[in-house]
Design a binder for this molecule. Structure first.
Ligand code: SAH
Length: 384
């Protein structure tokens, strides 16, 4: 058991003896410590991330003796399990995913993306398909919305997940594991089939920064999903926005704005008292965008609260001159929330003001509302 202990000490918080979540380097050390050749690390890495095998005995590239040895040492793949699955009339699927310690999180599969706005940050039809590998014609694209924490600590007043409080951070393997479990269930194989990832499920990714970034690296290097197809959304953890801008491999950035001035934003997102709009927008303006990249601002529209023309004009002033777009999301309602969903005309009038000022602005269509899978509705529940 020396191997397990050594690795556990090296990675505090890691679920004991979980292969899912280890990097190629860590898997290589694991193999070497058992006297195996270094290339067994690569074989393990491929089996876990590219082939997404659930059990050691499926990994037929490894000698039986070594598989048995790993098993005896307590090592498992530890793929999260699909506990429940809810299918919406619009094709969206909400998964309740079970973790090793009995906790659950929610992961959402959106077969046609999510309207082209947040999945890969491109508008429908904007991206050229030239050079893309051939794939079945029927395949468009899908987006997986993944959770980063069990619950959430941020306490946004319009969000269901906030009602849970935060239980714990997810490990990198548990973040990647949600995606692996969903890809397995859907029978989808990246990179041949195009999949977008949005870190917009339960939790605040920038309050679990290291594990979130490790999952990004495992997804790009192991699963084969390029970071250009990933978007992370933050409620506005300003110091982490600066850190994130310094990463060499990183998803695109979305910022939840949701209020057009400090008083309003502090009311709906108490986090604004810690990092106000001036600090947030400074970080956003200084964020080093890549060629052709744009920032996204998300704005949850709350009837009679933040949907007035005057507030749209305040948003214009905040975003003016930035390489950014705005996604308007009408509140996905819930009985426990103190807000109402705006009329469509209100949202369109708000959009018109932004577009008129030259800011690309999109109205996101809700996905999976009937199964409580839409933005802000994820709540670690089976009550539907
Ligand atoms: N913690 C991160 C990511 C999770 S929330 C963040 O705050 O960005 C993902 C998006 O859903 C955010 O833009 C958030 O503002 C939005 N959202 C939360 N509750 C919502 C609701 N009830 N209706 C519509 N959008 C909601």
């Amino acid at each position: 058991m020396r191997t397990g202990i050594t690795l556990k000490q090296a990675m505090p918080g890691q679920t004991p003896n979980s292969l899912l979540g280890l990097t190629l380097q860590e898997l290589t050390s694991l193999a070497l410590e058992s006297g195996q050749p270094a290339y067994r690390g690569q074989q393990l890495f491929d089996a876990v991330y590219r082939q997404r095998m659930e059990r050691l005995d499926e990994i037929s590239t490894l000698p039986l003796e070594y598989r048995t040895r790993l098993g005896e040492q307590g090592w498992r793949v530890r793929m999260p399990t699909v506990e429940r699955k809810f299918i919406s009339s619009d094709g969206t699927v909400r998964y309740l995913i079970g973790l090793a310690d009995g906790e659950t999180v929610e992961t959402v599969w959106m077969p046609e993306g999510d309207g082209g706005e947040s999945g890969d940050g491109s508008e429908a039809g904007e991206e050229s398909e030239a050079g893309a590998p051939s794939r079945p014609v029927a395949w468009g694209r899908a987006t997986i919305c993944v959770s980063s924490q069990v619950g959430c600590a941020v306490n946004c007043k319009f969000c269901f997940t906030a009602l849970l409080g935060v239980k714990r951070n997810l490990e990198a393997g548990e973040i990647v594991g949600q995606i692996a479990a969903v890809l397995r269930d859907q029978g989808v194989e990246p990179p041949l089939q195009r999949v977008n990832i949005v870190f917009m499920g339960m939790g605040e990714p920038f309050l679990n920064y290291e594990n979130f970034m490790k999952s990004v690296r495992l997804l790009t290097e192991g699963v084969g999903i390029p970071e250009s197809r990933m978007t992370v959304s933050t409620a506005g953890i300003v110091p982490r926005i600066y850190d994130f801008g310094r990463e060499t491999v990183r998803p695109k950035l979305a910022i939840s704005l949701n209020g057009s001035n400090d008083a309003l934003r502090s009311e709906v997102m108490p986090l604004n008292r810690k990092w106000n709009l001036a600090e947030l927008m400074k970080a956003a303006r200084e964020f080093p965008l890549r060629a052709r990249e744009r920032l996204t601002f998300e704005y949850v529209v709350l009837a009679g609260v933040n949907d007035a023309p005057e507030q749209a004009r305040e948003v214009v002033e905040l975003v003016r001159g930035m390489r950014a777009k705005v996604n308007l999301i009408a509140l996905n309602p819930g009985t426990e929330l103190p807000y109402r969903t705006p009329q469509q005309e209100r949202v369109l009038a708000f959009q018109k003001i932004l577009v008129g000022a030259g800011i690309p602005t999109f109205v996101r269509r809700p996905r999976g509302r009937d199964i409580f899978a839409a933005c802000g509705q994820l709540k670690r529940t089976v009550e539907v």
